[in-house]
Design a protein around this ligand. Structure first.
Ligand code: ATP
Ligand code: MG
Length: 395
């Protein structure tokens, strides 16, 4: 996917009103907008709203304030909501603004006015989240099968970002039932994500800092609950808030996961900038990774944020690299070699990138980390340019 499409504002439209069809066709043609989809019925839009990474939702209505629709949309996404209304909008303006709707636009309306409102809303949303300069990159490491190397990659990637790239980095263990990231790091967890979410009071940066453990390489880690049954209390709402706060405190947040698309994973996907999808040379795994790619598509997860990583890529098991790509219908972006140094250092409780920086696996992880940092910097620069363009437009 081109860099250009990364810059577009991703919107989804729900509801209906006179003139909406024209608005949507015009937005579809607009160079700054990516219309991800449109559904009259909000209930039908649930999946797309949830995993969609939307920058804004447009909801069209015929006159009265659609409180139920707004509540339903909010349940699935925190993206700002702009309301379109055929004819006189004054009857619902106050109620809409009170309900946190970002803007109300009566139709008909010039397309440029609608795009301007969308831009303004998105920029305000970003500022409210802590501004452009303080929005860490969320890197989620996922695979639909167990034992593929998620934790090995998460631990080594986060340690690399902290130690070799000087990033303020957090490793978040969302393998909530059986997480072992802290053990792989050799960190004795004092407190876990469970203690954080059950502690009284609002979750903010200061509170988060009180619950993370530090590794000498500069990495902070928030371990998984110690008891599997405590996982349930880490709800989607708590997790969403935690990720928002972490984005304000850290430059890189690496999330280790379990092999399921359950609630916490969906909440994480919603805030994921880069998804590393791990595969290996094993046929059942390849089949499941393909299914995972299809699920991500159904969830409208932006394909340009997915990087397929082939772990143990040099395993000689009778399958070719190109065959894996053909079955996946996706490019493999990174190969990580099978390397004895990985299990050797797991058992010593030391990330291999620190214990043996010249091991082949360590080199592969460093290359991946370097690319992710570069990607983030380019994105920031583009966001800066976008901000300048907006300022010029509003001046
Ligand atoms: N590239 C590699 N070379 C050699 N061994 C590896 C490699 N990647 C992972 N392993 C080994 O495979 C085992 C499983 O790895 P890991 O725990 O990282 O997988 P996981 O996907 O997190 O598993 P789970 O689903 O159980 O959480 C570990 O013992 C690890 O040392
Ligand atoms: Mg694991």
């Amino acid at each position: 996917m081109s860099d250009e499409s990364r810059d577009k504002i991703r919107i989804f439209a729900t509801g209906s009103c006179e003139g909406l069809g024209e608005v949507l066709s015009a937005l579809e043609q607009h160079e700054d907008i990516e219309l991800v989809g449109a559904r009259e019925d909000v209930a039908e839009a649930a999946a797309a709203l949830t995993g969609g990474h939307l920058d804004a939702v447009l909801h069209a209505t015929r006159g009265t304030f659609p409180a139920d629709d707004v509540a339903n949309i909010r349940e699935h996404t925190r993206a700002p909501l702009i309301m379109l209304c055929a004819g006189d909008a004054s009857g619902l303006l106050e109620e809409a603004l009170e309900a946190g709707v970002a803007d109300v636009l009566p139709l008909p309306q010039l397309t440029e006015n609608i795009v301007f409102s969308i831009r303004k809303t998105c920029a305000a949303g970003r500022r409210a989240q802590g501004g452009d300069g303080r929005r860490g990159q969320v890197i989620t490491v996922f695979s639909p099968k167990g034992g593929i190397g998620k934790t090995s990659v998460s631990v080594n990637l986060s340690a690399t970002l902290a130690k070799y790239f000087g990033r303020r980095a957090l490793l978040l263990d969302l393998d909530l039932q059986f997480g072992d990231a802290a053990i792989m790091l050799g960190v004795e967890p004092e407190k876990t994500i469970y203690d954080l979410v059950v502690a009284p009071g609002e979750l903010d940066a200061e509170k988060l800092a009180g619950y993370t453990s530090s590794h000498p390489c500069g990495l902070d880690v928030l371990p998984a609950p110690l008891r599997p049954e405590d996982a349930e209390l880490v709800t989607e709402g708590k997790l969403s808030r935690l990720l928002e706060v972490a984005r304000g405190s850290y430059e890189s947040i690496v999330v280790d996961t379990s092999p399921f698309f359950h609630g916490p994973m969906l909440a994480t996907l919603d805030r994921t900038d880069e998804l590393l999808l791990l595969c290996n040379m094993d046929v059942p795994t390849i089949k499941n990774v393909r299914l995972a790619l299809q699920t991500l598509e159904l969830l409208s997860f932006p394909p340009e944020r997915v990087r397929v990583v082939l772990n143990r890529a040099n395993s000689n098991v009778g399958i070719k690299h190109s065959e894996v790509e053909r079955v996946l219908e996706a490019k493999i972006r990174y190969d990580l070699p099978s390397d004895r140094a990985v299990p050797l250092n797991v058992n010593r409780g030391k990330p291999v990138v620190l214990a043996d920086p010249n091991a082949e696996f360590s080199k592969g992880i460093k290359q991946l980390a370097g690319d992710l940092v570069k990607q983030e910097q380019e994105k920031k620069e583009r966001r800066g340019l976008f901000g300048l363009r907006l300022k010029a437009a509003t001046a």
